[in-house]
Design a protein around this ligand. Structure first.
Ligand code: NAD
Length: 364
């Protein structure tokens, strides 16, 4: 099968898990697919994804082969596949823009970003020279300008875009229209993990609705110790994140909750947790006879492989769209794998839509 030539923007923990996963599954077969939603997507296997370009700004990553950069500090996710061969792809220096929050400077260097003094690369040229077809955006939350800059570079270099962060690109009509005009697919926004806080909260919200229980109020508090959680201590960077995560749950309710009755967001940074994310979820409702009930749940997951499990499918669906000449926002895979897609669907419906898309029974 043809390779899926992929560029990665932000070689952090999520990129590390994705690359490890590509090699972990490369040497497996269809009988041995634990952790995957799909072994085969239109003929493409996980091992058909090839990383052809890497962009970052950290001095411990820029200039290194991607196979080394994914294990460099401050990355701290669980290593489940160490044996990554040299790729011959050196990480290039991106545009810093709003990628690094001010407070990041106050933390020990093994836990924070260290901006390299390398000269900024010509990203359009890097994308063209590498013949990348798809770029995956893994910048820190709040990188509004940087995301738009890299998305524009992709438009100029004719590269499809998968936006894993809560900056609105696929779900922004004007922005996704630009990709459509260039016949480039765009998937986004804000990756929804395999079994993470959002999908669990959505499923429970749907369960309440389906079983006739009135949800009165709910919260979802998350803690973690990776750079993603450290970055999110800057509350002013979280505007889009809050919209994305809250809408993902509101969309599964018959009746929307008043803003004061739904609180969803990162709660704190706990360094020793590293890439382990813990979610505390509470839902209060009323069932038969208006009688009150409540539910409490604690979910503990390794954050980055959890997102890679969805990105590995998003990349292959994006490639199918490229093969078919379909440009613009891909509604089905975005609804299934992203928190803030162009259009929300219940997850079971989104799953069916993805299967139809893979079988070419629906265009997007
Ligand atoms: N893990 C999940 O389940 C999950 C879910 C939803 C969204 N996300 C989002 O995915 C993104 C990536 O997460 P992560 O855990 O890999 O984060 P991370 O902090 O480990 O990685 C971010 C990387 O981007 C680099 N970077 C920062 N600014 C840059 C710039 N201007 N140009 C190039 N590189 C830059 C950093 O040096 C770092 O290597 C975050 O926004 C996160 O919120 C993750």
């Amino acid at each position: 099968m043809e390779k899926i030539r992929t560029a990665i923007i932000g070689i952090g923990n999520c990129a590390s898990s994705l690359v490890q996963g590509i090699y972990y599954y490369k040497y497996r077969n269809s009988e041995d697919t634990i952790g995957l939603m799909h072994w085969d997507i239109g003929g493409y296997k996980p091992g058909d994804i090839e990383v052809v370009a890497g962009i970052d700004l950290d001095s411990r990553k820029v200039g290194k082969d991607v196979s080394e950069a994914i294990f460099a500090e401050p990355n701290c996710t669980k290593v489940f596949y160490r044996d990554i061969p040299k790729m011959g792809v050196n990480v290039v220096m991106g545009k810093v823009s709003d990628g690094v929050a001010l407070h990041m400077k106050e933390y020990p260097k093994d836990r924070t970003f260290l901006v390299s003094d390398e000269k900024e690369a010509d990203i359009v040229d890097v994308l063209k020279q590498s013949a990348a077809e798809i770029a995956v955006n893994y910048l820190p939350v709040g990188s509004e300008d940087a995301t738009r800059y890299f998305a524009d570079c992709c438009l100029r270099a004719n590269v499809a875009f998968i936006n894993c962060i809560p900056v609105f690109v696929a779900s922004d009509k004007a922005f996704s229209e630009k990709f459509k005009q260039k016949k480039l697919p765009v998937v986004g926004d804000d990756i929804k993990a395999q079994i993470g806080a959002t999908i669990t909260h959505r499923m429970l919200a749907k369960l309440f609705t389906d079983r006739g229980v009135k949800l009165d109020r709910t919260y979802q508090l998350n803690t973690g110790g990776n750079t993603d959680f450290l970055n999110m201590l800057a509350r002013e960077r979280l505007k889009s994140k809050k919209i994305s995560k809250t809408e993902a749950v509101q969309a599964n309710l018959n009746e929307r909750l008043e803003p004061d009755n739904i609180h969803i967001g990162p709660a704190d940074y706990v360094p020793w947790q590293k890439d382990n994310k813990v979610c505390f979820l509470r839902m209060e409702g009323r069932l038969f006879g208006d009688v009150p009930m409540n539910l409490e749940l604690r979910l503990s997951v390794e954050d980055s492989p959890n997102s890679a499990g969805c990105v590995i499918d998003a990349i292959r669906c994006c490639k199918l769209a490229l093969d078919r000449g379909t440009g613009g926002a891909l509604t089905s895979i975005s609804a299934y794998t992203m928190k803030h897609p162009p259009q929300q669907f219940p997850d079971e419906k989104a799953r069916q839509m993805v299967e139809q898309f893979i079988q070419a029974k629906r265009e997007r």
